[in-house]
Design a protein around this ligand. Structure first.
Ligand SMILES: Nc1ncnc2c1ncn2[C@@H]1O[C@H](COP(=O)(O)OP(=O)(O)O)[C@@H](O)[C@H]1O
Ligand code: SF4
Ligand SMILES: [Mg+2]
Length: 383
């Protein structure tokens, strides 16, 4: 690490993402490819992950979560912005410096079967990373290290000679986690780590991640499209919509008082165990599909689906994440809760009420809309 590459940052921040953009070119042409546009998969994301915490990133499929995770690890080259890891701007690193930084940041993938080479035994899978990073212990210590790794993820030593297809989905994910741990990382980016697993197994793998964090002092960025997955594991949560963060808050606070209309809609779809509360709840059903990141809406990217959209600013000015201004005394909002909505104060106070939204469908035949009357919580339903 060179002095020039070191950036002062808050001492407890391990990972800081500043204005990160990842745009993919769209090309057309018969003989020569021409760039005819860009997919704005990640389009100006700021976030900070503190040492030892779990930051949960949620949003519907296609909003750019995986691309953000990959951009942070430089598995895909960012178009703009910076990623600062432990005080070092990653874009200033090359060669050995980049390799070391990469070792300290490991990824756990959604589908362990496709991320684990089926021709390699578990022993070979687990020693590969150690060898690559010069952490390969001598033969005597190697088995002790592998046994301890397997026991920390709850697998028997007999697993070493087996192959990925011989395990269940949950066990394979345990191997994926063990493999990430072989190189002694500080940060794990877990991209939909339990989405491919049965619900009963999901909880076991999430518990394992929590135990490992306590034992090894790891920092996590956990990505999921399912709010229930990040809810219990996260200290703080960021909600992503079409390439940008729209809300960030401590986990409990986000569920207690969601401020952004999109977060409200996401949470209103999560069932509540109490039948009385469940029956009295108002569901906010979003009209239409996620717009294309190749042609994102102007202004607030959520304006085409927002039940609180206003005639001013919403479709002309992109809102930035901010703390609420002069919040009504009945609704105290703690520090660290930020929202990207021009009208969040008036939505929170109840001054603005939701209204019907007409979905903008490219092909009207694809989308049938059922009108429901205006009123709190009642918006158009897509049927
Ligand atoms: N390599 C790529 N080339 C072009 N477009 C891509 C590429 N990877 C992802 N995208 C597009 O970027 C958008 C975000 O994708 P992704 O990050 O996978 O979302 P998520 O993980 O939230 O489901 C999607 O529209 C996807 O089609
Ligand atoms: S800025 Fe406007 S369109 Fe965007 S979330 Fe707020 S009210 Fe809705
Ligand atoms: Mg994804």
């Amino acid at each position: 690490m060179t002095a020039a590459a070191t950036t002062p940052s808050e001492p407890d921040v391990l990972l800081s993402v500043e204005g990160l953009q990842v745009h993919f070119p769209i090309t057309r042409g018969v003989l020569l490819d021409r760039v005819v546009g860009h997919v704005h998969a990640v389009d100006g994301v700021d976030l900070a992950v503190r040492r030892g915490e779990t930051y949960g990133l949620v949003g519907e499929s296609g909003c750019g979560k995986s691309t953000l995770g990959r951009g942070i690890l430089r598995l895909v080259e960012p178009t703009g912005g910076r990623v600062v890891f432990d005080g070092t701007d990653l874009s200033t690193l090359k060669g050995e410096g980049l390799r070391t930084a990469r070792r300290r940041m490991q990824m756990v993938f959604q589908d362990p079967l496709s991320s684990l080479d089926p021709r390699q035994s578990v022993e070979s899978l687990l020693t590969e990373g150690m060898k690559a990073h010069g952490l390969h212990p001598g033969p005597g210590q190697r088995h002790a290290r592998l046994r301890s790794l397997l026991s920390s993820v709850g697998l028997p030593t007999t697993a070493l000679s087996k192959y990925p297809h011989e395990f269940s989905g949950g066990q394979r994910q345990r191997i994926g986690i063990a493999r990430a741990l072989t190189v002694e990382p500080d940060l794990l980016v877990a991209d939909e780590p339990v989405s491919a697993l049965d619900v009963s197994v999901q909880a076991q793998v999430l518990n394992l991640l929590e135990d490992l964090q306590a034992e090894l002092g790891l920092t996590y960025l956990v990505i999921a499209h399912d709010l229930a997955v990040v809810r219990h594991i996260s200290d703080r949560i960021g909600v992503m919509y079409l390439g940008g963060l729209v809300e960030e808050a401590p986990a409990g606070e986000l569920y207690r008082e969601p401020l952004h209309p999109y977060t409200r809609a996401l949470l209103s779809a999560v069932p509540v165990p109490d039948p009385v509360v469940e029956d009295s709840r108002q569901q906010i059903l979003l009209a239409g599909d996620l717009p294309s990141p190749a042609d994102p809406p102007t202004g607030c990217r959520f304006h085409t689906r927002c039940p609180w959209k206003q005639p001013t600013r919403c479709d002309t000015e992109r809102p930035q994440l901010r703390v609420l201004d002069g919040v009504d005394s009945g609704h105290p909002v703690p520090a660290g809760h930020t929202v990207a909505c021009h009208h969040a104060e008036r939505i929170l106070s109840g001054e603005l009420q939701p209204h019907a939204v007409v979905a903008e469908a490219t092909d009207p035949a694809e989308l049938q809309l059922r009108e429901v009357p205006d009123g709190p919580g009642s918006v158009n339903e897509v049927v």
